[in-house]
Design a protein around this ligand. Structure first.
Ligand SMILES: [Zn+2]
Length: 289
């Protein structure tokens, strides 16, 4: 039975990119923190289904919530990096990016006591033209990336990316790439495996995407945010479209996660990367983005 990846982008409800123009980073400390209760709910769900997950954690949050990060690691889950302050790669210079991922890795390793191997860019923002970020990840000791979303969407996506786990051969070395899962439908690749898509689309489409992965003999990658389990989160004054994307279906998330965790087996990304490292090239073609 294939083990898929259950991944969590660990950030507060007020730190999402869609709110960036309304909520300045300097204001973050003034908002009510809700992440502890949200993560407790997630850990309980994962525990009931004997599933392991990878948590991509913001350095800013880990610095303030050390006990929460230790609880995640103690429960057997992987702690990985989501950068320091949710700045998108498209809004950073290479030097800023390096500093953010180095500081986050150091902070998470000090707190969790385990090596940090993986990175996911805020809003999947390693897009064509920003491949330098992949080299910096290798240089800073990361072993895998999970930011190349092989779809074409406004503001993000890496359309030429392979949809399944693969090796990237970079000038600085090798990096495993673990892309979020897509649904293949009449020659199109549709984002179907996480976030707003998980709340807004019929569950059957998400299930179909993971079944397609099993048909190809590869692990799929699901992603969710803790705030997506929290219908009681304070409402922020944002545009109509952002409101629909952020607040619709929050009451459905927990039940759907229960279905997903019942339908499939899930593990942390580090397990797949260890298996890939043991058999480089096996089943997987290296690609040069
Ligand atoms: Zn994020």
């Amino acid at each position: 039975m294939i083990a898929h990846h259950f991944t969590v982008d660990l950030e507060e409800y007020f730190q999402v990119s869609a709110f960036e123009s309304r909520v300045a980073r300097s204001q973050w400390g003034r908002f009510e923190s809700r992440v502890v209760g949200q993560v407790a709910q997630l850990l309980d769900l994962l525990d009931r289904h004997e599933a392991r997950a990878t948590f991509f954690v913001l350095g800013w949050l880990a610095y303030r919530q050390g006990d929460l990060i230790r609880a995640i690691a103690r429960a057997g889950h992987e702690v990985a990096s989501h950068g320091w302050n949710h700045a998108r790669v498209t809004h950073q210079s290479p030097a800023q990016f390096r500093s953010s991922i180095r500081r986050t890795k150091d902070t998470l390793e000090q707190i969790s006591g385990a090596p940090v191997l993986g990175f996911r860019a805020p809003s999947f923002s390693i897009v064509p033209g920003r491949e330098w970020a992949l080299d910096i990840l290798v240089e800073e000791g990361y072993r895998y990336d999970s930011s190349l979303f092989p779809v074409r969407r406004p503001g993000y996506g890496y359309p030429a990316g392979s949809p399944d786990p693969h090796w990237l051969e970079r000038p600085s070395g090798w990096l495993a790439e673990i892309p979020p899962t897509t649904l293949h439908w009449f020659g199109l690749r549709l984002p179907a495996a996480g976030g707003a898509y998980f709340r807004l689309l019929p569950y059957g489409l998400v299930r179909a995407a993971f079944r397609q992965c099993e048909g190809r003999g590869v692990s799929g990658t699901f992603y969710i945010h803790p705030w997506e389990l929290d219908p009681a989160q304070p409402r922020l004054p944002v545009s109509w479209l952002t409101r629909v994307r952020h607040y619709t279906g929050l009451r459905r998330t927990a039940e759907r996660l229960d279905w997903l965790l019942g339908d499939f087996r899930f593990t942390a990304v580090r397990d797949t990367v260890a298996a890939l490292a043991a058999a480089p090239g096996h089943q997987l073609a290296a690609t040069r983005p």
